[in-house]
Design a protein around this ligand. Structure first.
Ligand code: ATP
Ligand code: PRP
Length: 212
């Protein structure tokens, strides 16, 4: 069995922050990722390649074994409903918070509020935990618009600096979860390619400890 390792990485900010971490363990794409249109990046290591894919697709690739490893935000992993992977390392990159937020100066306590979010499972679980009924409105981005236009009462979204909330007249209400990016590993690959994968995890853990 070949010990080739494919790593599926969320494109965008996670990819940008993951590249320096991978470079620290001497895994470097052959082509310049900023200029390349390739979706599979070969690296300086013959047995390691990187897929650059949408955040929400990373768990699917890893759970189904199309990639042995993945790097995805905890937000995406909490929202994804599957258990075909291990989550051995918190990489400490792309840190932010999942927050409930609403319009400034508006009453926070509402009976059955309408919540706009792309994180429908996380939102449902959060409110179910304390038995509150909500109406969830699924959006795919720019959630901050929904309360302004009366589409929803509140939102559940990621917040880092808080500037996006502030710029749109919103305030944070509650922190639902701390978010950072995690390494995930296909369960079967952990057994079948254990030498290569365990070595990869160890090296990555070492550079993260040094970074902290
Ligand atoms: P897509 O539209 O492809 O589904 P996206 O536009 O949400 O993805 P990004 O905004 O790059 O993609 O976010 C990818 C990941 O980065 C998120 O899943 C989250 O873990 C993290 N993230 C998102 N927003 C922030 C932020 N403001 N600060 C830090 N990390 C963030
Ligand atoms: C994310 C998130 C918020 C914003 C929060 O959006 O959805 O809108 O960051 O960051 P802040 O608290 O530092 O302002 P992103 O910039 O990724 O845009 P997108 O969701 O439209 O892709």
């Amino acid at each position: 069995m070949s010990d080739k390792i494919t790593i599926a990485v969320s494109k965008g900010r996670i990819f940008d922050e993951a590249l320096p971490l991978l470079a620290k363990i001497d895994v470097i794409p052959k082509d310049d990722p900023q200029n390349s249109r390739k979706l599979i990046l070969e690296t300086n290591k013959n047995n390691v390649q990187i897929l650059v894919i949408r955040a929400t697709d990373v768990p699917t690739y890893v759970e189904r074994g199309a990639a042995e490893l993945g790097i995805a935000g905890k937000d995406v992993l909490l929202e994804y409903q599957g258990d075909g992977f291990y989550e051995p390392i918190d990489l400490g990159i792309a840190k932010c918070k999942m927050m409930l937020a609403g319009l400034k100066g508006v009453k926070k306590e509402i009976t059955r509020p309408r919540i706009a979010t792309k994180y429908t499972n996380i939102t449902q679980n959060y409110f179910s935990n304390f038995g509150k009924q909500v109406e969830i409105i699924k959006l795919y981005g720019s959630m901050e618009l929904a309360p302004i236009l009366g589409l929803a009462d509140q939102i559940v979204d990621l917040v880092d600096t808080g500037k996006t909330l502030e710029a749109n007249g919103l305030v944070p209400y509650e922190r639902i979860a701390d978010i950072s990016s995690r390494l995930i590993v296909n369960k079967a690959s952990m057994k079948l390619k254990s030498t290569a994968i365990k070595s990869f995890i160890e090296k990555l853990s070492d550079v993260i400890e040094v970074a902290e």
